[in-house]
Design a binder for this molecule. Structure first.
Ligand code: ATP
Ligand code: MG
Length: 293
């Protein structure tokens, strides 16, 4: 078979393959033999109670923490067997939006967004600024925000700026850690729409950690539920809603779970891009649609 054919992955090929992954801190077992794949082009969510190991899993997928056993392959590369050059090459192919933004307070928003380009590409400053301004606009921020500093921005604006920076190298894979946490309902709805827009542009695989049931119902293609060191279930929210395991049921039963499920069936939810969810459970009571107990 010619090389060009071998290099062309099928559309549903796995971009992340996790096999028998185990992690512990001292005697505390966080992951015990996790297995799952993330497929190309999907929005894949990881949910689970506090301390179930979601952030640790994300850190392992982006080479910030080494698991104790098992394997993780990202974009076809085995992370357990990777040298410095391959690590850098891989880091250029993914973007990460950290939960707390991770922007440098001493740099303007435009400088923050352009930073990965300055570090990894040899481009004129004017070109970097133009590319950064493009991502700023893509995330729905006004051009003048580029001259501001992180401390001057609202939580929702910071999330957008952080997302713009995660996108600056045009990644194939985007990791989002709690993209809507701590936002008011309107800002959270705006971030939902933005994630949807990115997905609809095509070519991007998104892995997100979230407690936000609205986001899960409306955007996630597949969801993995982490509890007791295991993946308790994996599937669409509708599929998970049919499963009986107690660790899964707790996300669907009770007023929060039911409200988000009902909301997901409403016409407004089906046309999310056009209709912000003024009546969403998230709007009715801040945090109401959170699965954090
Ligand atoms: N560097 C570390 N050293 C020791 N223990 C750690 C470390 N990082 C995480 N842990 C422990 O591993 C477990 C999983 O942590 P993790 O941050 O992955 O949970 P989480 O699912 O992201 O929780 P949350 O929803 O609260 O963010 C927790 O019990 C945590 O205390
Ligand atoms: Mg966490």
């Amino acid at each position: 078979m010619p090389d060009t054919l071998l290099a062309t992955a099928p559309p549903d090929a796995a971009v992340i393959e996790i096999s028998k992954l185990s992690t512990r801190f001292g005697d505390h077992v966080v992951h015990a033999d996790l297995d799952f794949d993330v497929r190309r082009g999907e929005i894949f969510a990881v949910i689970g109670g506090s301390g179930s190991g979601k952030s640790t899993l994300l850190r392992e997928m982006i080479l910030l923490h080494r698991p104790d056993a098992g394997s993780i392959r990202v974009l076809g590369v085995d992370l357990g067997d990777i040298d410095a050059a391959a690590t850098l090459a891989l880091r250029l192919r993914w973007g990460v939006m950290f939960q707390h933004g991770g922007l440098f307070g001493s740099l303007t928003i435009l400088e923050n967004i352009g930073l990965p380009l300055r570090e990894h590409r040899t481009l004129d400053n004017a070109v970097v600024d133009a590319l950064a301004a493009e991502k700023l606009a893509l995330t729905g921020l006004q051009p003048e925000v580029g001259a501001q500093y992180p401390a001057e921005l609202s939580g929702g604006m910071l999330k957008r700026a952080s997302l713009a920076r995660a996108l600056i190298l045009d990644p194939e894979l985007l990791f989002l850690d709690e993209p809507t946490a701590g936002l008011d309902p309107e800002s959270a709805g705006g971030v939902d729409q933005l994630v949807r827009k990115l997905r609809d542009r095509g070519g991007l695989t998104i892995v997100m950690i979230t407690h936000d049931l609205d986001l899960l119902w409306q955007l996630a293609d597949r969801v993995a539920v982490l509890a007791d060191g295991k993946v308790q279930g994996i599937g669409s929210m509708a599929e998970l809603a049919q499963m009986d395991q107690p660790a899964i049921r707790k996300f669907f039963d009770g007023p929060r779970g039911r409200a988000a499920q009902e909301q997901s069936k409403s016409p407004a939810a089906a046309h999310q891009a056009a209709a912000p969810r003024a009546a969403a459970p998230r709007a009715a009571a801040p945090q109401a649609a959170s699965i954090r107990s």
